[in-house]
Write a protein that binds this ligand. Structure first.
Ligand code: ZN
Length: 72
């Protein structure tokens, strides 16, 4: 997600609108050149963590647990 993208989810606790979610993934290295530089790879996400408000650190499994959808 790029910075500056307007989101309509607002944190129930602090009203913040920036959230983050940690993930754990695996890179399948499909093409490596003679020098050992990875040319091509495929990423598989194995695990998704809690969604966390960047401001107050409130967290939940789903965005609905920590934030409310606000109409523009
Ligand atoms: Zn918050």
């Amino acid at each position: 997600m790029k910075n500056g993208v307007k989101m309509s989810w607002k944190c129930k606790n602090c009203g913040g609108c920036l959230f983050s979610q940690p993930t754990k993934g695996n890179l399948n290295l499909t093409k490596i050149d003679k020098q050992g530089t990875v040319i091509e790879c495929e990423e598989t996400t194995l695990y998704y963590g809690y969604i966390t408000c960047d401001k107050c650190k409130k967290r939940g499994i789903k965005i609905q647990n920590i934030a409310e959808w606000e109409k523009e």
